[in-house]
Design a protein. Structure first.
Length: 421
């Protein structure tokens, strides 16, 4: 007799064209770590009297179909879940970029290497492949910009060079949007490059909070060894939660509300489609505020919720008519070692901050969660034992009038976005 095991389970997903009507065709085979999306129908006692002390048979109650799905933080597959939570993204190609920071003026013989082409700094009249050292760092960087932008070398002129106002930074932006620019190398002997190559080239899918209309999905949970295949229709995504820790696998937990479930003996997902899977670990995560990594951070979490309201109309099948988004919410926490009073002072003054949660898998694969306006409560600071003192800030997000929304999520990958929409 065959028995069901999680190792043989499958999770298939496809967007519906009409709420509650099962999607047809080939579904997407989704990676997941756990799933308790399932329907349940409770029993209620029959209140009838007059037939003695023994109860009459119970009555069946309404059907509730909901649950949590834990999924790996993958820069491709995650776009399906984000589309369900926020609606269709704005998708545009992004050019790779990077920089070289000059803290001091270069000296004779110092070099920068741009995509394999070396340039040497000199004090006298520069020749080919040389850059004149000017009186100040800013003047020298401006000279670097001029020389590189005028270069006829095909390895150099694939990018555009500039110095952002008020900085001593050489900014480099690849001319061709997409992943190709991620292979453009940068080096410096006496300056600080942003990395070995330019980064961020690919396709950006930008999701924002506050959408009025959310798509619905058909999701099939399959246990092929039994066999039993549970098809959930009218699935609307309610919330997503991320936990940032020092180690472990990066995972997001999705809460979903479905209209109903039907069990079959064979899959209805056609021939499942797949994407290239790229796992992200917790050590690839980072939390910033004001563009700077938060010091002494030990853990963090962020949860976005659509706060769905079930439309519980009277129907002969016990199902809901829909699940509509209400006022969204953004909550979470950051735990820091008590080494300074930066966040403590902001919490005391009621001053909002911005928080940026990010994961980077590779130069063209990344996830960035930006909470534009976050309010911190004044935490209780307690000393218990000889160990380090920590403070935990349970924050709440609000709409930022400048940004126009409470939350922005940017997913960078190599997909054109048609998979999601």
């Amino acid at each position: 007799m065959a028995r069901a095991y999680g190792s043989n389970a499958t999770l298939l997903l496809k967007r519906e064209s009409t709420y509650g009507q099962r999607a047809t065709g080939n579904y997407w085979k989704m990676p997941f770590t756990s799933c308790n999306l399932s329907s349940e129908q409770g029993l209620i006692d029959d209140p009838v009297l007059g037939f003695g002390r023994d109860p009459a048979q119970p009555l069946r109650d309404v059907i509730n179909d909901d649950g949590d799905i834990a999924v790996p933080v993958d820069p491709r597959y995650l776009g399906f879940w984000l589309t369900g939570l926020f609606g269709d993204p704005d998708t545009d190609p992004a050019a790779a970029e990077g920089y070289i920071d000059f803290s001091i003026n270069p000296t004779e013989g110092d070099t920068i290497t741009i995509n394999g082409v070396e340039f040497t700094f000199v004090d006298d009249t520069p020749g080919a492949g040389e850059i004149d050292i000017k009186g100040t760092v800013i003047q020298t960087v401006d000279e670097v910009v001029s020389v590189l932008n005028a270069s006829s070398d095909d390895d150099v002129n694939d990018a555009t060079y500039s110095r952002p106002t008020g900085t001593q930074r050489l900014k480099i932006v690849h001319d061709t949007p997409g992943q190709a620019g991620n292979d453009f190398t940068i080096e410096a002997s006496a300056a600080t490059p942003s990395g070995e190559t330019l980064t961020g080239g690919g396709t950006e899918h930008v999701f924002v909070s506050g959408a009025d209309d959310l798509p619905s999905y058909s999701i099939e949970v399959g246990l092929s060894k039994v066999p039993a295949f549970f098809m959930h229709t009218g699935v609307v995504l309610n919330s997503i939660a991320f936990d940032f820790q020092r180690s472990g696998a990066a995972t997001a937990t999705i809460n979903a509300v479905a209209q109903g479930e039907a069990r079959g003996n064979a899959t209805l997902g056609g021939t499942p489609q797949t994407l290239t899977f790229g796992r992200i670990s917790q050590f690839q995560g980072e939390i910033r505020s004001g563009g700077v990594p938060i010091a002494n951070l030990t853990a963090g979490s962020v949860t976005y919720s659509n706060n769905l309201e079930r439309i519980e109309t009277i129907r002969d099948d016990g199902k809901i008519d829909g699940a509509d988004p209400t006022v969204a919410s953004l909550t979470g926490s950051i735990d820091v070692r008590f080494a300074d009073t930066t966040f403590f002072d902001k919490a005391t003054d009621g001053e909002p901050v911005d928080l940026e949660f990010s994961y980077v898998l590779a130069s063209g694969l990344a996830l960035t969660i930006t909470a534009h306006e976050v309010y911190l409560p004044k935490p209780k600071v307690s000393v218990s034992g000889p160990g380090g003192v920590q403070a935990s800030f349970d924050f709440r997000g609000a709409k930022n009038e400048v940004a126009g929304q409470m939350l922005t999520i940017t997913l960078l990958n190599d997909l054109d976005g048609s998979q999601y929409t």
